[in-house]
Design a protein around this ligand. Structure first.
Ligand code: AHR
Length: 331
């Protein structure tokens, strides 16, 4: 019987394939925790809150684009507004030995254990957009984001100025963001502080609309049913304000006239409503955090010192200012 011996060509191909498999196995194995891909790129694990608002969509786009631009390998996870999903994602990133973890915490509390796990694994963590209430500041390297208390205060100060000549009581309803989240807690605080000295300005109802249009509409409907006289709506973001517009119109009232509407964010749809006279004032909250975040990622990966707090630069908009700014608005 004739034996078929493999030709030289076949042996060469098999050897090359074996070598390639071996090299790939080395690349995928635990390489002491550097986490950098075979290509030498920095790997960033990012856990996003969700896709609850126009702001969030713009923030996600900014992060993805900036990662590509910076040559950073991004592992992106959408937590669908659930803390347990974020904790799971962070644990996965730790297991995958990514180089850096960044996340925007859906709520402020309950992060110490998982942050400690990241620290023990020697993976630096950066907080972006929202912060945590951990007493141990060594659990994260930096917090990049807005001053939410200031946003609430700016909204309140504008209202105080507008209503300084009001003769009777001014009834305010408040649409809060996600319960327990930093922007909901802080915007509420800043706004309340700003109006505190004016006894005619009264918050008669305050409830969460979870930062969504649907939530804003539904809660505003309840507010309108329960309160015959509503003079002002303070919504913690544009999306809830936009949802509330539908409820206000359906109740036969004119938004921006019968009810003064103040929101936070200044995304395009919100700015359009402001320019159209349906909203009255917006305190800006910028979602364009991607480039600054990637810069921080590179620095912490290189072991460089970074500021513990980086505050986003923001402004406010009246109806006239919105008309001017709208044509060049990026998000
Ligand atoms: O954390 C930022 C807030 O989250 C934005 O104001 C809001 O629109 C978003 O959902």
């Amino acid at each position: 019987m004739r034996t078929h011996l493999p030709s030289r060509k076949v042996i060469a191909v098999l050897t090359a394939a074996l070598l390639a498999t071996g090299m790939a196995a080395c690349g995928n194995s635990d390489t002491g925790g550097s986490g950098s891909g075979d290509d030498g790129k920095i790997t960033l694990g990012f856990s996003q809150v969700g896709a609850e608002s126009g702001w969030r969509t713009a923030n996600t786009t900014s992060i993805k684009e900036a990662a590509t631009e910076a040559g950073i390998d991004l592992k992106f996870d959408d937590a669908q507004q659930k803390q347990e999903n974020q904790i799971k994602a962070i644990r996965n990133f730790i297991q995958q030995k990514v180089d850096v973890i960044a996340f925007s915490p859906v709520v402020e509390s309950g992060w110490d254990t998982v942050l400690k796990e990241a620290k023990d694994a020697k993976i630096p963590v950066i907080l972006t957009d929202r912060s945590v209430d951990s007493a141990d500041k060594s659990l994260y390297k930096s917090f990049l984001g807005s001053d939410f208390v200031k946003e609430g205060r700016l909204a309140g100060e504008w209202l105080v100025e507008q209503k300084k000549a009001a003769a009777g009581p001014v009834n305010i309803v408040e649409l809060q963001g996600t319960t327990g989240s930093a922007p909901a807690n802080d915007r509420k605080k800043g706004f309340a502080e700003a109006i505190a000295a004016n006894s005619n300005l009264k918050i008669i109802a305050s409830q969460s609309g979870d930062f969504t249009r649907a939530g804003g509409k539904q809660v505003m409907e309840q507010f309108l049913k329960a309160n015959p006289k509503i003079d002002v709506l303070f919504a913690h973001n544009d999306d809830m304000g936009l949802g509330a517009l539908e409820a206000i119109t359906a109740a036969g009232k004119v938004p921006g006239k019968d009810i003064t509407i103040i929101t936070v964010d200044a995304v395009k749809d919100g700015m359009q409503a402001l320019a159209d006279g349906k909203f009255n004032f917006i305190a800006e909250c910028s979602p364009l955090l991607g480039p600054q975040l990637m810069d921080l990622v590179k620095k912490v990966h290189n072991g460089e010192e970074v500021p513990a707090r980086i505050e986003t630069q923001e402004t406010t908009f009246t109806q006239e200012q919105a008309k001017e700014a709208l044509p060049n608005r990026k998000y």
